[in-house]
Each structure stands twice: as structure tokens, then as C-alpha cells.
Design a protein around this ligand. Structure first.
Ligand code: ADP
Ligand code: MG
Length: 452
């Protein structure tokens, strides 16, 4: 079959291909509807089928890991011929991307890196300047200053961007450097493969020969089994002794990762820990401007200001909002102005704008922050690990909400509202002398209200 015939066959049989996939892999209806039905063939070149996924990059990554192989098999089953598959996001190349378009990853020495995620393209503001400075220092002198570097912060705030920036910087200075960027999940998958194939040797060779090892989303360590913890621990020790740089990123500080060994936590804490906070208004504007420059957009200040004032806590969403406005203008053949921006984002802003601070939300955020279950936080349990976060929650509820003591007591599982006053006062008293506690309270306030 020629490429053209093959592609036509794929298009003609697309629904069948998806259905066969569903049957072959016994997918639940909901997975089929969520991930597969929205897919459509986009083009075919050099034996590779491009498939469009009309969602965000996060979903795209997931589909790629989970369904790519299945799709290849199913095409083979239906069309009796094999092809490669790549996935692309809808709107990836709209509008006319600049030369730095975010759409393409590159592979450098086996690392899948986004060439746009450089230090040059990282906008520095109060919320991230320490993290950026330390990352740059690490990139300039790997293994010498801060080892390991542990970066943490909320979703979409630039952790992965900084990790890629470190990797790209090092590779640019020394293209032969053994840089290894991976996620906790693929480290785990590699390890499981090695165990399954009884090939620990090549696994170890891969990870232990690295000059710089970067592991993203390390919070998922708690989901893997004992093996992965053991292996991370040993890999870490091996590289550390050889003075090789190690970088971790996580959505939380080391002590708040559940179910992991203390000895691993103490390794994380051995070097330096830096936090990225949500960006302030000026930084959000600067980020949108940077994005505009990279993609050759041309957007009025009032539109930029409007988006920056609406989308506060997540840079990925900030960029998404700008992209959406531009796409909307293009599709409807309209000028980009404030009215259009308001129209485009009206339905979406509810998820972007900050949620109101209520006792219920405080309960969730505090539980998440301390790695507790909400039910434990609001229980009768009295051990210190729980009692202290509970006092913090009491304090924050009194401080930040208009809820009555009775409501707060109910939300925190207490019968008596004098308990709430007691907890609040304890924190107020301790804060006078305890800097660390004051810091914790600040972080929690930021989490509850990212823009301050
Ligand atoms: P995280 O890994 O913390 O969830 P990412 O690093 O994936 O977040 O960042 C999300 C998006 O926001 C990326 O497109 C990234 O380039 C962008 N971004 C984050 N921080 C900055 C920054 N300071 N300057 C420019 N872009 C940023
Ligand atoms: Mg990330």
C-alpha cells in the first residue's frame, strides 16, 4: 500500500479502529469516551500517522503513554499494515508559531526536552527568583554547590520548565554530558521492566552513569512499591558519592511526601530546597509578554492586563487563556480586544479566579499540606502529627473566614467551640516566638489565596 492508500484506509475505518482498540484492551466505556473518541487522524507522512487530540498537553502526554501502543496494534488489526503514531494537541500550531513554537520537543542525548523551556525564556519575579537563581547556579556548576537541588511548588508554576532549563544549559555547554531527565513514573517503569526482564544491569548502567540526573514529579514515589524507593536511594547514594548533580521536582516539600522512608527524606534535605510560589500581577504580565514574543502574537496591553488580573494561580492556565483568546479571534476572524477577551474567557474564568476561602476549603488545604486525610484532620485523634495541623486549621478559619465558631467547630469535627478558641490562641501565642511556624502559616495563606 502507498502512504496515501494506507492513510485513506485509516480514515475510512477510523471508528472501527477505535472500537477494535476498545475491545482488544477491554477498555471501560468512560476511558473510551474520554480519551479515544475525541481523537482524529490528522495527516500521514513517512509511515507515521499524526493524530489530533483536542485537549491540553497534560491529556496528550497521558494518551501517548497509555494508548499509543494500543492504537498501533489496533490499526494493524484493522488495516493489516503497521505504522508509527504521534499525537499532537489541537491548536499546537495556531496561530503561525514563531520559530520557538512550544509544539515540538527535541531529543538531546536521549532526553525528551522542550527547547522553549530555557533560562532565557523563564520570567523571573519575586515568586520564583530564588528557585531560578539556585537552578542557574546548579546548571553552571553541577555537583559542586547544591546537591541535591529539590524544587517544589504548586501545579503549573514552572518546576518542569526549570528542570529542562538546567538540562539544556548543561548540554549546550557540553554536548557530551550524560544528562538524564526523567519523571518518577518513567523511572518506575524502567525499573519494573528491568525486574521483569531480569536486566538490572542495563537499568543501573543507565541511571548510574549519569553526570546529571533530574527526576520530575518525585511526589509519586509514594505510589510505587518498596523497590523504587530502594532503587532511588541507592542510585542517589551512588551518584552523590561521585559528586554528580541530582535534581528533584515535586508538588510539595520533602517532609510532606507520604509513605516514604525517612532516610530518603533526609537525602532530599541534604542539599538545598527551593520553593516556587504563584506569580504576582507584574510577573503574570511579564510572562504573558514573553509568551507573546515567543509566538509572534501582537496583543494590546489592556487584553494582557485583563488576562493577568483574572488568571492568578497557575501559569499553564495563564498561557492557555491567552492562547484561547487568540484562537477565538482567529477562528471568528475578529480583532483581539478587551471585549473579545471577556467574551472568550467568560465561561472559563470561574475555574481560573480564586475560590472563596471557607472553613471547608481550609480544612482541605491544611490536610493536603500536611499530608493528612481530611477525615483524620477532623477526627478525635490526638497525636501530635494531627493535633498541630488541626490547631493551624482552627487559627486560619478564625483568621480568614467569616464563619461562626460553631460552623468552624462542626467542619473540624469538634463538638465544642471553646476548643476552636483554644487552638487559635495556641497558634497565636506560638507564632510570637516560632519563626518556622510563622513561615508555615504564610505558605498556607498563599496556598489559600495565591495572589495575596
Ligand atoms: P510545573 O512543572 O510546575 O507544573 P511547568 O514547568 O510545566 O509547571 O510550567 C507550566 C507552563 O508555564 C509552561 O509552559 C512553562 O513554560 C510556563 N512557565 C512557568 N513558569 C514560567 C516563568 N517564570 N516564565 C515563563 N514561563 C513560565
Ligand atoms: Mg511539571
Amino acid at each position: 500500500m502507498t502512504d496515501n492508500d494506507f492513510y485513506k484506509k485509516i480514515k475510512d475505518n477510523w471508528q472501527d479502529i477505535l472500537l477494535v482498540l476498545k475491545d482488544l484492551y477491554e477498555l471501560p466505556e468512560v476511558s473510551y469516551k474520554t480519551w479515544l473518541l475525541p481523537l482524529r487522524p490528522d495527516s500521514f507522512r513517512d509511515g507515521t500517522l499524526s493524530v489530533v487530540y483536542p485537549g491540553d498537553r497534560l491529556g496528550l502526554g497521558y494518551i501517548e503513554r497509555k494508548y499509543k501502543y494500543c492504537l498501533i496494534k489496533s490499526i494493524e488489526t484493522v488495516c493489516a499494515e503497521k505504522c508509527e503514531v504521534t499525537f499532537i494537541c489541537e491548536g499546537d500550531d495556531i496561530p503561525a508559531p514563531g520559530k520557538n513554537s512550544v509544539s515540538s520537543y527535541i531529543t538531546v542525548n536521549g532526553n525528551r526536552l522542550n527547547p522553549v523551556y530555557t533560562f532565557d525564556n523563564f520570567v523571573v519575579g519575586n515568586s520564583n527568583k530564588f528557585a531560578q537563581a539556585v537552578s542557574l547556579a546548579v546548571a553552571e556548576s553541577p555537583g559542586e554547590l547544591y546537591n541535591p537541588l529539590y524544587i517544589h511548588g504548586g501545579v503549573g508554576l514552572g518546576k518542569t520548565h526549570l528542570m529542562h532549563a538546567i538540562a539544556l544549559f548543561i548540554l549546550q555547554n557540553d554536548p557530551t554530558a550524560q544528562v538524564l531527565y526523567t519523571t518518577c513514573e518513567s523511572f518506575n517503569n524502567d525499573l519494573l521492566d528491568a525486574i521483569r526482564n531480569k536486566n538490572n544491569y542495563s537499568f543501573r548502567e543507565k541511571y548510574r552513569n549519569a553526570d546529571i540526573l533530574l527526576i520530575d514529579d518525585i511526589q509519586f514515589l509514594s505510589r510505587g512499591g518498596e523497590y523504587i524507593q530502594e532503587e532511588i536511594f541507592n542510585t542517589f547514594n551512588h551518584l552523590y558519592e561521585l559528586k554528580k548533580q541530582i535534581v528533584f521536582a515535586s508538588d510539595r516539600p520533602p517532609k510532606e511526601i507520604d509513605n516514604i522512608d525517612d532516610r530518603i527524606i533526609s537525602r532530599f534535605l541534604q542539599g538545598i530546597t527551593v520553593e516556587i510560589l504563584p506569580p504576582d500581577y507584574e510577573t503574570r504580565i511579564a510572562i504573558l509578554r514573553k509568551k507573546e514574543e515567543l509566538e509572534n502574537y501582537n496583543v494590546d496591553a489592556e487584553v494582557i492586563n485583563y488576562i493577568a488580573s483574572k488568571v492568578k494561580s497557575n501559569i499553564r492556565e495563564l498561557e492557555g487563556a491567552l492562547k484561547k483568546v487568540i484562537l477565538y479571534a482567529k477562528v471568528n476572524n475578529r480583532e483581539i480586544n478587551l471585549a473579545l477577551a471577556e467574551e472568550t474567557l467568560k465561561d472559563h474564568l470561574s475555574s481560573y479566579t480564586e475560590q472563596e476561602i471557607t472553613s471547608v476549603r481550609i480544612r482541605e488545604v491544611v490536610a493536603e499540606h500536611f499530608g493528612l486525610k481530611v477525615t483524620d484532620l477532623a477526627s478525635e485523634k490526638r497525636n501530635k502529627d494531627i493535633a498541630f495541623p488541626r490547631h493551624v486549621a482552627m487559627y486560619l478559619c478564625c483568621e480568614l473566614t467569616n464563619d461562626s465558631l460553631k460552623t468552624i467547630a462542626r467542619v473540624l469535627g469538634k463538638k465544642d467551640h471553646s476548643t476552636i478558641i483554644h487552638g487559635r490562641d495556641k497558634i497565636i501565642k506560638d507564632m510570637k516566638t516560632d519563626d518556622e511556624l510563622r513561615g508555615k502559616i504564610e505558605i498556607l495563606k498563599k496556598k489559600l489565596s495565591p495572589s495575596g
